[in-house]
Each structure stands twice: as structure tokens, then as C-alpha cells.
Design a protein around this ligand. Structure first.
Ligand code: V55
Ligand code: FE
Length: 486
């Protein structure tokens, strides 16, 4: 008998899906462009079993459920499978949860001590012939990009024997390298970090070690030309949290924010931590680039942490207004003798999160970005969701001209993270489509909507209509047909 506790994280918008399945040819409204040839992969947390403690679990602790939308000849097929992590398999065999609280191994069943706790629930990306499913507290999980069967964790032929692997890798289009970070690989709450690059053949071709100023969630980062930029925001923790089994991260308003910058080809000893004293929190990066001696990082920022389920350290109630995220450009100057952030300037009007770009522009000066945004003026008929507000709008930001254009999804639903799809390999930046799931919380359906990337305001040009609603997800990526064939 499966019996989840009656708690908000299993109800309404967060109602579980737990469905593996296939649809050969999804019902389409409008016309899917025939040139769209490839697959959009995305993932959401979807616990296999009720929480070991009986209740009080975190949204981020759910097992990864991976979805593939394969586009070809104007048709879209659907495939959905669990990421069968070591945790998933051990629990499946036992018929119950063996792993306890989010990122707290001392709450686990003694039979699984020392096992990887990862859920692979954060991001999925095709690289080097495989589908990689990632969660920042554990190694990289390899899945079959066609069948979504799980192979298991990889240590990259022994070249990267790290216990952790970041979930927001960037691909450098110049070299084809997969660039990523890992943190707390030496143990819970440890301050070690690693930057690494993996080439198309799976060889580790760069590796740099660093220490963060305080233990934190190094959730995202970016490349910026020859540099790496790593934002540190005041999410932290300490041993008492784990001993008392409180949520792994708290938000500590007394801590400064940092931007770590170092060369990509160094050993990490050149890392500089540029400090910003005023309260500022960044979770996801839109893009970053180098311009002369300056490094620019574009990211939604808020005055306090934007994730309601990681509480304030001193017990301050969650304030959705301070948690609203606005697109900002953070500048540091490598020519400066002082390790302080030079400026933080507003880059966009619409508050939002889940920023994306044309990924071919990662680390380079760019023009186009997209985010799902909160239009707080619009009516909403559905139940509340997991974020600071209802993400009801898709917005295109031209970060060069400042022009912003939006599409509202209507009063009954919300949007999930978009993904840009180039029209062809060498189409100009932004020339192509955007896909995003639109969830109808009243009728319980999700539509994968397809937009003209540079004209989102006119609304979807087509919808692939699922017979179910997918749970609120995290991240995903497009793999063009040539990557699927390789
Ligand atoms: C995030 C997501 C995670 C996680 C840590 O969005 C940070 C931030 C889905 O899991 O484990
Ligand atoms: Fe993320």
C-alpha cells in the first residue's frame, strides 16, 4: 500500500505523478515545425515511496522522473522513466524508503550507510553519447538517451572520482567541452569545490580545486570566456542542523554574497572572491561573459533566498516580496586591487526565475535571454505552488536593447522552465523555437508549448497535449538529431 502523508508537497500543484510510460504520437494543436528534429529532455522530483520519517520531506528530495519529448516530422512522442539511481533500486527492492531527509545521511536506514543518496532529479543533458542525469549531492548518473534505461553512476573512467557532481553544467561551443563544478565532495558541510572540463571523448581536460568562503549550496555557475564565475549566496548550514534533522539549508542574512572568479585553465590558486555586503541571493545563472578586464554575470537576484522551504536561520518568516527575483547584471573588475563587486544593475523588469539562453552563447557576449516570470497583476484560479508566487508568464529579454516581451498563460495554470532550440546548427543567436510546459491546474493537463523564440508574445504556435499533468519540474535540455545519432 502506498500511503503518502496528507501534506502540501503531495497535494494540488505538487500532486505526485509516479507514472512511467510511452505515447507514440501526442495529440497536437497547431502545427509542429517539420524542421524540429531532436529531443527535449526534462526532469521532476517524484518520490517512489512515502518519506521514511512519515512526513516533513522536502520537494528537492524526490526521485528523478525523466521525460523525453522526441520531435520528428511534425510529430512528438513521449517517454517517461524513473532515473534508477542506486537509491531508487535499493528502495525498490526493499519496498519502502531507506534514505531519510534531504542531504542528511544520519537519518538513513543503517543498511544503506555509505551508499550514494542521489535522486538525479535536477537536470538532464545529452553529452558524449549518453543522457546524463544530475543531482549536486552525488555522482553523475548515465542513462540511455533512447530508452531512458539507467546504466548507473560514472566516475569518468576513474578520472573524476568525486562523490558529488554539479547539476548545471555548461557546454563551451568553441571547444565542445562539458564544464562543471562540484562541491562538498569531501563530506557533508565541507567547503571544498572543484571546477572541471570533460571533452567529447570523456577525458577530463581541466581541473581546479578551490575553497568556498563558507559552506553553501553551489547550485549554479557559469563560464565567462577564459574564466569561471561562481556565485556564493547566503544559503548555509551547520552540524546542529543535521543533528536536529532540520532542513539542510538555511538562509543566513548576516552572510555576504560572493562572486568567485578564476581562470579555467589554472589549478584554482588564482581564485578571487569578490564580496558584496548587501543582502543578495542568486540561484540560477542566465549567462556570463568577459569584456576587457571585466566579468559580467547575469542572474535573477532577490534580497533573501527565494526558496520558501529553506527557512531563515533566525526564524524570520518567509517574505515573498523580498524573495521576488529580478534579472540583474553583476560586474567585477579583474584589474581592481580590491576583491569587491563593482556593481549590481537591474537588467529586466519582470520578476522571474529559471533563466535560459541560446546555449551556444554560454560564456560569450549575447543578446537574448528568456525566463518564466511572475505577473502579479493577473488573476489565478489554481491552488498555490512551491515558489514565491505563481509563475504565469514567459518573458523574452533582449539584454542589449532592454526590450522585454511576455506571454501570459492564462488564469488556470503556470509554466515550467523553457528551453531554446536553434533552427539549425549555424542559425543566428535566438533564431529558433522555445519549448515550455504549461500546466493547467484546474483540468490537470500539461501542454508542451512551442513558441517562436523571438516572438513569444504572440503565444504558442503549437501545443503537444498530454493526457496527464506533469509535476512541477526543474531543468532540461534539447539534443538535436545529430547528438541522438552519435
Ligand atoms: C536546488 C535544487 C535541488 C537541490 C539543491 O534549485 C538546489 C536549487 C532539485 O534539487 O538539491
Ligand atoms: Fe537548478
Amino acid at each position: 500500500m502506498v500511503h503518502f502523508p496528507q501534506e502540501p508537497i503531495y497535494a494540488d500543484v505538487l500532486r505526485l505523478v509516479r507514472l512511467e510510460g510511452d505515447i507514440g504520437d501526442i495529440e497536437i494543436e497547431g502545427e509542429i515545425p517539420a524542421e524540429m528534429d531532436g529531443a527535449f529532455y526534462r526532469v521532476h522530483p517524484d518520490p517512489q515511496f512515502a518519506p521514511k520519517a512519515g512526513g516533513g520531506d522536502q520537494f528537492f528530495n524526490g526521485d528523478g522522473m525523466v521525460t523525453m519529448f522526441r520531435f520528428k516530422d511534425g510529430k512528438v512522442s513521449f517517454k517517461q522513466r524513473y532515473a534508477k539511481t542506486d537509491k531508487w533500486k535499493l528502495e525498490n527492492e526493499a519496498g519502502r524508503a531507506l534514505f531519510g531527509s534531504y542531504r542528511n545521511p544520519r537519518t538513513d536506514d543503517p543498511s544503506v550507510i555509505g551508499e550514494h543518496r542521489g535522486t538525479a532529479n535536477t537536470n538532464v543533458l545529452v553529452f558524449g553519447g549518453d543522457l546524463l542525469a544530475m543531482k549536486e549531492d552525488s555522482p553523475c548518473l548515465v542513462m540511455d538517451k533512447h530508452t531512458l534505461d539507467t546504466d548507473g553512476y560514472t566516475d569518468w573512467n576513474g578520472e573524476l572520482p568525486l562523490r558529488t557532481f554539479g547539476a548545471h553544467p555548461k557546454i563551451d561551443m568553441e571547444t565542445g567541452n562539458f564544464c562543471n563544478i562540484s562541491y562538498a565532495a569531501k563530506g557533508d558541510l565541507s567547503t571544498d569545490g572543484t571546477y572541471f572540463e570533460i571533452d567529447r571523448d570523456g577525458n577530463v581536460v581541466a581541473r581546479a580545486e578551490f575553497e568556498v568562503p563558507y559552506y553553501t549550496m553551489l547550485h549554479d555557475f557559469c563560464i565567462a570566456g577564459d574564466y569561471v564565475v561562481i556565485p556564493v549566496s547566503p544559503y548555509s548550514s551547520d552540524p546542529s542542523v543535521l543533528e536536529q534533522d532540520r532542513p539542510h539549508f538555511y538562509y543566513d542574512r548576516s552572510l555576504p554574497t560572493y562572486l568567485g572568479v578564476m581562470r579555467r585553465d589554472g589549478d584554482g590558486s588564482d581564485m578571487r572572491w569578490f564580496k558584496h555586503e548587501e543582502g543578495m541571493c542568486s540561484c540560477h545563472v542566465m549567462n556570463a561573459f568577459a569584456e576587457g578586464t571585466k566579468i559580467q554575470l547575469d542572474t535573477p537576484v532577490s534580497k533573501i533566498g527565494s526558496l520558501p522551504f529553506f527557512p531563515d536561520k533566525d526564524g524570520a518568516p518567509f517574505d515573498p516580496e523580498l524573495a521576488m527575483t529580478e534579472l540583474a547584471r553583476i560586474t567585477v573588475d579583474l584589474a581592481s586591487n580590491e576583491d569587491v563587486v563593482e556593481s549590481v544593475t537591474k537588467l529586466g523588469e519582470a520578476p522571474g526565475e529559471f533563466p535560459r539562453i541560446d546555449d551556444r552563447m554560454a560564456g560569450k557576449p549575447y543578446e537574448h535571454g528568456w525566463m518564466i516570470t511572475y505577473d502579479l497583476e493577473k488573476p489565478y484560479n489554481g491552488p498555490p505552488g512551491p515558489f514565491a508566487g505563481v509563475i504565469n508568464t514567459l518573458t523574452h529579454f533582449n539584454v542589449k536593447t532592454g526590450k522585454e516581451e511576455s506571454w501570459w498563460c492564462g488564469p488556470d495554470g503556470s509554466l515550467q522552465e523553457p528551453c531554446f532550440i536553434p533552427r539549425s546548427k549555424d542559425a543566428p543567436e535566438g533564431d529558433g523555437w522555445l519549448v515550455a510546459l504549461v500546466d493547467d491546474h484546474l483540468r490537470n493537463y500539461s501542454d508542451l508549448c512551442i513558441f517562436d523564440a523571438l516572438d513569444v508574445a504572440k503565444g504558442p504556435i503549437a501545443r503537444a497535449k498530454l493526457p496527464i499533468r506533469l509535476r512541477q519540474g526543474l531543468h532540461g535540455n534539447w539534443a538535436a538529431a545529430d547528438l541522438l545519432a552519435a
